[in-house]
Write a protein that binds this ligand. Sequence first.
Ligand code: FNR
Length: 190
Amino acid sequence: VIKVVALCGSLRTGSFNRGLIRAAMEIAKSINGLEIEYVDISPLPFLNTDLEVNGTYPEVVESFRLKIRVADSVLFASPEYNYSFIVQGPLKNAIDWASRPPNVWADKAAAVVSASGGSRGQRSQYHLRQIGVFLDLHFINKPEFFLNAHQTPSKFDSDRNLIDDSTKESLKQVLLSLYAFTLRLKGKRD
Ligand code: FNR
């Protein structure tokens, strides 16, 4: 079984990106051997290395790091804010905590999807990929998934659940690619 941890850069209740993660979890049920667990990053404190005591981390940070450590791959869903070249505040904070020694992102596979305003989030996705280089976190190259959530509100219902079949199909292709790539990476590790 391939275990995927899903992280959302948006903390708001009505998040389109969170809706994408819910849809991915639903789609994963139809993919044999793929499990997605959503992990909430909102309880993490702001990164402050004063909180590290003799190489240990605050309890919420330890439990977050453990979730990443035992996962085979990571699915990021994040909006873009102000052309953000530092991804998104809460998400970057989570990335930084899990990069502290030992870096628990290393040798994992990853995929990124985004629902954003006009730009659809491309800039933040490319910067996330760049951060992945330093973390040894390996992103699938294709397919890319960008959604302009605001120009297409009909793709979600009022509870922000994805209801558009072609978007679901695109998301499924991302998951299948992540699944195949994770198997290849695991093969090299085991
Ligand atoms: C945005 N938004 C946005 N969209 C985009 O495509 N490029 C951008 O640079 C920005 N900048 C930006 C800044 C700030 C402070 C906010 C609050 C919003 C729009 C944003 O991506 C959009 O509202 C998403 O829908 C937010 O994601 P969730 O919360 O729906 O997952």
